[in-house]
Each structure stands twice: as C-alpha cells, then as structure tokens.
Design a protein around this ligand. Structure first.
Ligand code: PSU
Ligand code: MN
Length: 307
C-alpha cells in the first residue's frame, strides 16, 4: 500500500522497525459491535492490555480516506462517537472509502489486510465473521474468511457466533488451508459459549507453542494463508446456555421479521443480544475480547522473541 494511503502511528512504526511485538485491533467491534459510551472504555482498555504484556497496540480504522494503523486517543474517540456515523468497511470497501475520503471502521477482513500492509502479523478481536445459516440460499459468507485465506496474519478470537453456521464455517476454513488452533482447548468455541460441540484440528497450550506453529507455518508452508487461534470466553463469563438459546432464537426471528441483510446482519444481531439480555451479552462480549487481546499480545511477544 502506498505510504500516502496508509499512516502508521509513530509508536507502532518504531516498534516494527525494532522488531518488537505489535498487536492489531479492529474498529468495527467498537463502532458497530458495542454501544457508546462504553465502547471507548473498551477500546482504551484493549490498548492497555496489549501494553501490559509488553507489546504495542495498533488500533486500525480509515480516517479522511486514509488507513491508519495506530490511532491516537483523539482518533479512537472519533471512531467510538456514534455522532460520526462511521461506515462499516470490509476489504472491498477500502477503495471507495479511500477515494471518497470517508471515515470508516474496519472489520476483521479489512483490519487484517491493513495490518499486513503495515507489517503487523498478529491481530486480536472478538469473533470472526463466517458462513451464515441459510447461506445455501442467501450466499451470505463473510469476507473475513476469504481474506484470512490469503493474508498472513494470525487472528485471535473466540471462534464464531452460533448465529452462524459453525460446521460450514469450519469446512470453508479447511478448504482455504487456514490452520485452526485451539488455545488450551480441543473444541471450537462459539463466542458466548466455550464449546460449539465441534473439534479443532490442533491444540496449543501456551503462547510459545502458538508462536512456534505460526512461525513455522509462515516460514515453511507455501501460500499466504493466515492462522486462526481460537480462545474460549473465560469460564466465569460464559453465557448461560438457556439464555443463549433464547437470544439466538429471538435474534434470528428479528432478522427475518425486519428483513435484515448483508453487512447490517451482524450489528443488528449484536444490538438485539445486548438489549434483550439486559447487558449480559455485553459483559460477555467485552470480557472475551479482553481475553483474546491478552493472548494475542502474549503470542506477538513470543513471536518477536523467536526472531
Ligand atoms: N462479531 C462480533 N462483533 C463484531 C463483529 C463480529 O462479535 O463487531 C464484526 C467484525 O468486525 C467482523 C464483522 O469482521 O463483524 C463481520 O461482518 P460480516 O459478517 O458482515 O462480514
Ligand atoms: Mn455478510
């Protein structure tokens, strides 16, 4: 990416030049996934967690038509303020957003693409987009999967939400040659729940082992696929299964009733969950992201130590 199109924050640029650990963070989860004003607190807290582990945070967004890797606090405030109405930008939206000079929040797909362009290889977030239920009819498959198939970035997340078709998502990840590693688990997590009922192909039990796999994958496996490292929500924050099942049924019914499609699906569901659960899903969401970002930072540090 031309330098004029991508601005890397000073602290991030310095860390990258010195081979120190950097962790990319996305902005859609802040602007479209969490309500204001707590989204700003979460955004700041995630950056603090990364620093606590000895890595440098690079929160990513598009501002005035330019990709930014490493927002300042003022820029983070701009992203989190609903009055600014940031557009949700997947990777395909980057060209229009750059050319038309808009402010936008980046999804897993676009954040990973920008992180890679900036030279950042580890990215911590909440949930990955995936294959939606009924995709046989709707063709709704998140671009997150396609980007992960061709972008050498490790995404640390809590799997995908059970609003998606989890078996189909895992099949597509296999087809795309994306290694899926369970972090201290043999099971693929389902965001609010620790266990989707499906196995992960590989398990690692430490940041050091994760870094060994990621380093080896990057160095010796042909292709440009990223890695998916899945970390279940902390036990004490796992959602009650009955509440989860009720929310899921209610959320899916709402989508159908209101005829929600395309990129509005995920934000609409998250909003429904947060409101209908009276904040329970919000706490769960926040805590799992914090946990994932901590793991991402540990892995980034372990990778930098290997170099
Ligand atoms: N899952 C969440 N919170 C989020 C998202 C997913 O729990 O905010 C966002 C991420 O940015 C992800 C995007 O990349 O939704 C996927 O959207 P879509 O399904 O429209 O590709
Ligand atoms: Mn979609």
């Amino acid at each position: 990416m031309a330098e004029s199109q991508l601005r890397v924050g000073d602290e991030v640029a310095e860390a990258l030049a010195e081979g120190r650990a950097v962790v990319a963070l996305e902005s859609t989860l802040l602007s479209h996934g969490l309500p204001a004003p707590s989204n700003l607190d979460v955004g700041r807290e995630l950056e603090r967690i990364v620093r606590e582990q000895g890595a440098v945070p690079a929160t990513i967004a598009v501002l005035d038509g330019r990709a930014v890797a490493g927002l300042t606090d003022a820029e983070l405030q701009r992203v989190c303020d609903p009055a600014n109405k940031l557009v949700k930008l997947s990777r395909r939206d980057l060209g229009p957003a750059y050319a038309l000079g808009v402010d936008g929040a980046t999804t897993v797909a676009s954040t990973a693409a920008i992180a890679d362009a900036a030279g950042i290889g580890v990215f911590g977030t909440g949930g990955l987009g995936g294959v939606h239920r009924g995709a046989q009819e709707s063709w709704d498959v998140s671009a997150d999967l396609g980007v992960l198939a061709e972008t050498p970035v490790t995404v640390v997340c809590s799997g995908v939400k059970s609003i998606l078709d989890i078996p189909a998502t895992l099949e597509l990840l296999e087809t795309s040659s994306v290694p899926v590693l369970g972090y201290g688990t043999d099971r693929f997590p389902a965001f609010y729940l620790r266990d989707s009922g499906l196995d992960v192909p590989w398990r690692v039990d430490s940041a050091k082992d994760a870094a060994a796999v990621i380093g080896t994958h990057r160095a010796h496996v042909p292709g440009r696929a990223g890695v998916l490292l899945v970390n279940p929500i902390p036990v004490e924050h796992e959602m009650d299964r009955d509440l989860h099942d009720r929310l899921l049924a209610g959320g899916l019914a709402k989508l159908e009733r209101e005829d929600v499609h395309g990129k509005d699906v995920t934000p609409a569901l998250l909003e429904y969950f947060h409101t209908a659960s009276e904040g329970v899903s919000l706490t769960a969401n926040t805590e799992l992201v914090k946990s994932n970002v901590r793991v991402a930072a540990e892995v980034a540090v372990a990778l930098a130590d290997r170099a």
